[in-house]
Each structure stands twice: as C-alpha cells, then as structure tokens.
Design a protein. Sequence first.
Length: 261
Amino acid sequence: MVEAAYRHHGLDARYINCDVAAEALGDAVRGALAMGWAGFNCSIPHKVAVLAHLDGLAPSAELIGAVNCVVVQDGELIGENTDGQGFLASLRTLIDPSGLQLVLFGAGGAARAIAVESALAGVASVTVVNRDHDRGAELVQLLRRHTPASAELVVWDRPYRLPESASVVVNATSIGLAPNVDARLQIELDSLAPQMVVADVIPNPPHTALLRDAQAKGCVTLDGLGMLVNQALLGIEHWTGIAAEPTVMRTALEDALNGRQ
Ligand code: NDP
C-alpha cells in the first residue's frame, strides 16, 4: 500500500518490513537513524516499548502512551500515533464528530488511540464498553483527566444495549479478525438504529459481521480499511511531505488482502 503510493507519486523511496525481536528494538531504532531513514512504522508488540528509544512524542501519542509511527526530524526521533488520527480522517468522510456521543467497544491500543483522538477532536462523550474492568477504567480516567470529553465505563458482561443517543459506534476489539470471521459483538441487535454510524477497526476481513448487521438495520458503516489507509497516508505525509492519493493505496491494500499481489 505504501510502496504503491511511492510509485504513484514517483518517489524514490522504499517501505520495507523488518521483524525485530524485543531485545533488539533499541539497536533497530538506532540503526534506522544511522541509515538515514525518514522514519518507520512500528507494530505489535513494539508500540509501547519503542517509547524508551525516542527523543520526543507528539502530544496525542504521549496521552495514548503508544507510538505506531516514528518520524526523524532534525536528527531526532519523534513518536506519533496515527491510528486514532487515521480513524478520525475516515470518520470525517461521513460525519463531523464534534458534539457527538461515541460508544467504543474495547480498551486496548486501538481503542485508546480512537478514544483520545476523538475526545481531542470534540466528541462530547465516550462510553467505553470493555470486558476487563481495569483496562476500561484506566481509559476512562485518561479521558476524564486529559480531554474535555465526558467518559463512562460499561463492563461488558452481558449483551450491551446501545443508547438511542449514540451517534457513532466503534468496534475497537479484535472480535471479527480472521480467522474468526463470523464472531459477533455481544450487543442487542435491535438497538442498532439507522441514525448511527457504525465503524469497525478490523481490516481483515473488512466486511465484518458487525458491519453486515448494522447495514441490515440501515446504519451507515465504515470499515477498518479506511482507518488503515488513512494512518498510512499520515505516515507518508510525515516522512515525505506528500499528501498521497488514497484510492491507489486502498486498491493496493485490497489486492494484497485478496492475494492478488
Ligand atoms: P489489544 O490486544 O490491545 O486490545 C484488544 C481489545 O479487544 C481489548 O479491549 C479486549 O478486551 C478486546 N477483546 C478481545 N477479544 C474479546 C472478546 N472475545 N470479547 C470482548 N472483548 C474482547 O489489541 P489492539 O487494540 O491493538 O487491536 C485491536 C484490533 O484493532 C485488532 O484486530 C487490530 O487488527 C485492529 N487494528 C486496526 C487498525 C486499522 O488501522 N484498521 C489499527 C490498529 C489495530 P479486554 O480488555 O477485556 O481483554
């Protein structure tokens, strides 16, 4: 997806995948700097551990406590979190989130990024629905202390009934990720209403059971590919200054997921 954008824009750049062992993370980060890289993405399991090897953090990355994108600026390594920003860019193609009520399933890395960026973008309230009490409570405290949004926790120990006032509903859990493609969120299906935008972070497969159920109820839906493309767009902009063409990237991503590349 990223190299498709580089080719499309005629950039003399590469985006390569490297497996890095946990104990080699510091060496790998210093190596990227030594080799003159413009930056890099880092993924699970390094999103938190990488903080110890950076010179600075963007404000939202500091709040989220995780970094998925590192940018070399004037010889310094700056950590960004583009996951939540990518989600917001995707959401904004459908709706302005300011003043709205967000219901967010999950409290892991993706949920933290989405919650913090949405709250900083002016969402009025975030309801965190999470199975594990402590993880959910920690996210709610973070939102209350550091963002203007109100926040509440619902411990997810029974099918959840979405409030009619919810405008944006997001699955930020790993439920539905391949190979568990038919896994469903424990929600009361009749509480899905047509005025809700229902989004899923799952990129593979993008058409999750949640999105199928939501579409059947008349909701507008957003798949996880939009978030994935948008976080990559933000990374490319940080590293090269280019606002890349998203349709080229989405096509390349779909081809890769469908085994056509
Ligand atoms: P984490 O492991 O940090 O968090 C997983 C979350 O899912 C936790 O809140 C966990 O709840 C919840 N969860 C998992 N299984 C269940 C279940 N059976 N029932 C209820 N809750 C469950 O993962 P991440 O946040 O990093 O990633 C989550 C998903 O987001 C992944 O599938 C990943 O592919 C996707 N993702 C997509 C991106 C995109 O650009 N589209 C970007 C980043 C991630 P609990 O706390 O109770 O354990």
